[in-house]
Design a protein around this ligand. Sequence first.
Ligand SMILES: [Fe+2]
Ligand SMILES: [Fe+2]
Length: 254
Amino acid sequence: MDTARPHERPTAFDRMLTPVHRWIWSDTDRRVHKLLCFSETETDGGRDILRAAEVTSDPLLRRLYLEHAIDELRHGVMFRHRAAALLKTSPFRSNPWFQSDWLTPGGHGLDDLQVDGESDSNMLAFLHLSEKAAASRFTVYRDVMQHDPPTRDVFEEILHDETFHMNYTLTQLARVEPKRHTRHLWRARLSRLWKAYLRLATGLAGILGSTLLTIQYFVLLPPFAWLAKRAARREHVGWTIVSPGRSEALDRQY
Ligand SMILES: [Fe+2]
Ligand SMILES: [Fe+2]
């Protein structure tokens, strides 16, 4: 697909994280891992948009969604091929200790997409914001990839499509909902914000849970272990003689 508009500028937040992205993408193993993850995200997004093309009753949207889905599926193949090419030149050593998936997400957030039951306007608002996020992040990823021109070219080409996706979804939203498209965009923004909060809260809950369990293991368990050992030392070794009168009851041991 082609675009008549300039590329999206990265958001201030993405720009601020540029040094972190540069460091993350500098490692070949991490790069391969990320490219494979991105490939999966793009392919899944393509399938969901294909489903959107099936359920919409708007003929123009159906055609645009189909082209969009083809683009996303192609992006998935491009990322996978680049990861394979990197693997050929530098064999994957092991699992990198720091994957940082939450710091360098695939861009779209298309994994949150719920196609069935969504109106065209909600779908377009969601897609627009997702593509805008992708364009912003891919701009930064492209810019930090100076040391790897082939990967940089992959991001450059994909960025071109993402910018088109970002623009056509906004244009179509304004066509489908000429008066209320801003309201749809804000609703989609709040929904993305809420989902981002939930993801952050889930991540924090996981960290807090692990920390508390570790503290419990090292602080609370030792006294119980000590008490159990002390009780074990007080136990008589071998058989214990029970007086005849105490062993006749059927509802207790002694
Ligand atoms: Fe894409
Ligand atoms: Fe896209």
